[in-house]
Design a protein around this ligand. Sequence first.
Ligand SMILES: [Zn+2]
Ligand SMILES: [Zn+2]
Length: 754
Amino acid sequence: MSPIREALDALQNDAGLQEGWVYAREIPARDPVFGSLDPPLPPQIKGFLDSRGIHLYSHQCEAVSAFRDGENFILTTPTASGKTLAFALPVYEELVTRPESTFLFLYPTKALTRDQEVALRALEGGFSTGPVSAVYDGDTETSRRGRIRQEARIILSNCYELHHILSWHHQWSRFFRGLCAVVVDEAHRYRGVFGSHVALLLRRLRRVCRNYGAAPRFVLSSATLANPAEFARKLCGVPFRVISRDGSPGGSRTIAFYNPCREWPPRRSMHHDSARVVARCMEAGLQTLCFSGSRRTAELVASWTREEVADVFRPALEGMVASYRAGYLPEERRAIEEGLKSGTLRGVVSTNALELGIDVGTLDAVVLSGFPGTMMAAWQQVGRAGRNARDALAILVASPNPLDQYFMHHPDAFFGAPLEHAIIDLENPYILSGQVLCAAAELPLDCDADRDLFPPTLPLTVSSLAAQSLLGRTRRGWIYAGTRRAADLVSLEGGFRETFAVLCNGRVLETLDRAQAYREAHKGAILLHQGEQFRVESFDLESRTIHVTPVDVDYYTRPLKSGSVRVTAVRASRELPGARLHYGDVEVTEQYTAYKMIERESVIGIEPLDLPPVQFPTRSLWLEVAPGPCDAVSLSGRDLAGGLHGMEHALIAVMPFHVLCDRWDIGGLSTPCGGESGQPTVFVYDGYEGGIGLAEKGYEICETLLSTARALVADCGCDRGCPSCILSPKCGSDNQPLDKEAAHQLLSLVLDNG
Ligand SMILES: [Zn+2]
Ligand SMILES: [Zn+2]
């Protein structure tokens, strides 16, 4: 029997775990699929590949052919499938055949940039091009910058740097004139607010290139998405070919689902079970990496794993367990990475700090202590084990959250076609105005000539900026008329009407818009930032600053609020069997009144909040439920208000399934009589000022959302609603009223018959 099979048997027969195993599937090993190229690659490139015995996989050849045909392409094969070569081959082919051509590679993090610099340098040695690439980012010494601008053929950088480079384009004229392609690695990271900024930033880049007579092609890599072509097109503004068939070989992969949450409230923490699973894997001889949501749980799981191996299994393993997270010193982190590579560590429990770019060698098993929020992240974590065609084991230990529980009941959904849409919104007025200012500072703006690069709301944005004296009209077009540098005014993460800065010891941790600040960072709130806990000590409305200190506590906070939604414009409407569905602009008003402190599902304190109401414009979808379904609910003796509220919660809970976002990014409101038409109405809206495209996508795929929500409610074994179905940790009205049966009835009637 294979070691993986043996380990799984031991896990499934472990008396401490037994009842929770709900599913296991083996994905068989794959043979490689090779491709060929006609005409062949230039001799110096082909020669090197031949000398190394490298045969190209089919997707790598497809990438070269697409680029030769002048196409933009997005590559969605998994991380270990030879992606670097798939980008590098077409780029270096062009580079050696066209001496004036230049290339821009954009990475999401500096760490990944350095990592890829090393990989590209090695190729440049092999291809005998000499060193032609250079990193240009915040860490590049000033003394080297001029030379890199003059000479480098490939610039490795990030979007924050590009945002500033564009204002100095005169110094980069050689580079932009020759710019042949822009490579965007890990493109799925550019979504939501940040992605919407980057989409406009890439249009500014295209505009500057156009000024120098260049029209670069785009080459993207991304995790698997439901909408790769649509997403790539929105991000870059050009059509894309999708390359998704992976030709690389892979070992077999066994994925097992374990559900510790068979009752509510649970008898013990799911993290205890995760520790048990990690210990069992280690005992079976598998080197194991466990991912856990927060720093705190990572450390708890690590210490419980130590106890399990010491007490029950093999005490010798106790010293071979470590935890890993963002807050550690670099040398501590490197020691753990080395321990994993060399095999002296047999079990590591990490936050998602280890997810990407950090090489820890090949692991045998991965344990996900809780679904990481997106399938994309889940598959990336699963992919940490079994590289280089080795067999691997992955175990998902479910939390009580709705998404985790949905997968426990519908494991096939985990293996099926990708469900998640990456969303970008070019029309958010706050994001757009900042980006338009930067564009006008780079080159005079002409609403006609630049129409193809910006959304149709460009003239409106320009006139509003002109009215604020931020743009001035000249004969050459609109120019920036502000006093501070435009690029310094715009942050790629924010750019709302008013931003609040969250400060820890004088350092800015993050910025929030007003609604977010009230919701997540009111005085006394426990704020989570990259898995670390902070307590809000002061919240200053005047200076819009929030001071926090790091803490280590057992409770979390939940604000209580009342709210209203007013429709200001209907953009689209259509009929569903039991409701009329709309999408449009709304004005949300939220009044935060108090917050609760909750420890192990019980309230340990409640504190009043003294905040004025917050009002913000955003986009929403809303369902006006037809009289038929409402009457049916009332006639069966159920509570209509509780049903609508439950339906709202279920819809918000399943949104992250189909739209890449967190459920905190979405707000909701349900009312049995206060809708625009006087009909019972459920609103689901973007939690960000101006909207970021979530509700718009929700409107488009509303039937899918409704049927996933219905399954979520129907599958849950609870009687009256629980955190796995319709109870929401973020509900402002304290989950009152809720009626699970009525919610199920309404979801069914809205979907199937009026
Ligand atoms: Zn339930
Ligand atoms: Zn609610």
